[in-house]
Design a protein around this ligand. Structure first.
Ligand SMILES: [Zn+2]
Ligand SMILES: [Zn+2]
Length: 350
């Protein structure tokens, strides 16, 4: 039996934490459920899920639909697209059966690449390798989640770059339906016409737009739409992320470009230890003055009132009513009431 290998290569960087990740998890689950009732897909499609942030991890190896169990998505820091592509190419080499003179191997793999940002590593070598050695024998469908994505770069990997503009729950649903339909049409065209290569379903332009290849390959300048901080709970020692979304406050003085940016709290979200496995150790360069932050979180792990207290070591932690706090990063004990960043944060609350 010749398989149709379908890879989901999913960006699980910090900007996906919060609202978005549950949509992706539900989306994957609905794809599997739907495909299981499709005779063509059931016969040929094998699914694998590889996630990447600063580091890459395969969370499901190529698996037939009947034994596929939709996983929980982890989160990590960074967006190492180059490393993710290297990982993917290695996985294709290792797990996709190649045709030989005597036997037909697997069908051409389809890779659905979901990403919402720009790489934090240098992906040049991996992109060149993909173009020279893999572009003909595997097909990437790149899906940019939101217009914060470097679509010029994705356009070098594939002619199929699609943009999901509106990241509302409903558009996620129709977008995952489109992915499902594309896998169905591809497996049908294999079964009926013996035709290799992806057959993408018709686009619903309200949800997905095709991005035309850019004339130049000048890298786009990507603004950071989010500011995310890693914190640890003092009581449980567990990590959590504090996520802010960027907003612009327009200047009300006419003719002056004095728009100011600020970051509004979206929430605080517990993460598990896989966060550290998926995070590279590069510094983030995200220095944001607390004056730019609007709203401060509680601790999602223990409920402490102040989820964003800064220790002298630079670590962020939660504090509550306790007399003396112990930093879960450096174990230093300190009275927090009026110390360091805490006061700053309190002041901004008012
Ligand atoms: Zn806590
Ligand atoms: Zn500390």
């Amino acid at each position: 039996m010749r398989r149709l290998p379908v890879y989901f290569l999913i960006d699980v960087s910090e900007s996906m934490v919060g609202d978005q990740m549950p949509y992706v998890e539900e989306g994957i689950a609905s794809i599997i459920k739907d495909l299981r009732s499709d005779p063509y897909a059931l016969e040929t499609a094998w699914i694998s899920i590889i996630v990447f942030a600063g580091k890459t991890k395969r969370i499901v190896p190529l698996t037939e639909l009947t034994s596929f169990y939709p996983p929980r998505m982890p989160v990590g820091g960074g967006t190492s697209l180059g490393e993710a592509l290297e990982f993917l190419m290695h996985d294709i080499d290792t797990n996709v059966v190649r045709s030989t003179a005597d036997t037909k191997g697997d069908w051409k793999p389809i890779i659905f690449l979901f990403t919402d940002g720009a790489p934090t590593d240098n992906p040049e070598a991996a992109i060149t390798k993909w173009i020279n050695q893999y572009k003909k024998k595997a097909s990437i469908v790149a899906i940019a989640l939101g217009d914060n994505t470097d679509t010029n770069l994705l356009g070098r990997l594939t002619n199929d770059v699609l943009l999901v503009k509106n990241l509302a729950p409903e558009s996620y649903k129709s977008f995952f339906k489109w992915v499902t339909a594309s896998i169905k049409t591809t497996s049908m065209s294999i079964a009926e016409n013996n035709l290799d290569g992806p057959q993408l379903a018709k686009l619903d332009e309200a949800v997905l737009t095709k991005v035309e290849p850019a004339a130049s390959s000048v890298p786009q300048v990507i603004d950071n739409n989010f500011a995310v901080f890693l914190s640890k709970c003092q009581a449980t020692k567990k990590p959590y992320l504090i996520k802010y979304k960027r907003n612009i406050k327009p200047s009300n003085i006419e003719g002056l470009a004095l728009d100011t940016q600020f970051f509004k709290l979206q929430g605080s979200f517990p993460v598990d230890e896989t966060y550290f496995q998926l995070t590279d150790n590069q510094p983030t360069n995200q220095k944001i003055s607390s004056a730019e932050l609007v709203g401060f979180p509680h601790c999602p792990c223990c409920g402490n009132q102040y989820g964003f207290s800064t220790c002298a070591c630079g670590g962020i932690m939660c504090t509550g009513d306790e007399e003396v706090s112990t930093c879960p990063w450096c174990n230093t004990q300190a009275k927090f009431g009026f110390a360091s960043g805490h006061q700053d944060i309190n002041r901004s609350r008012g």
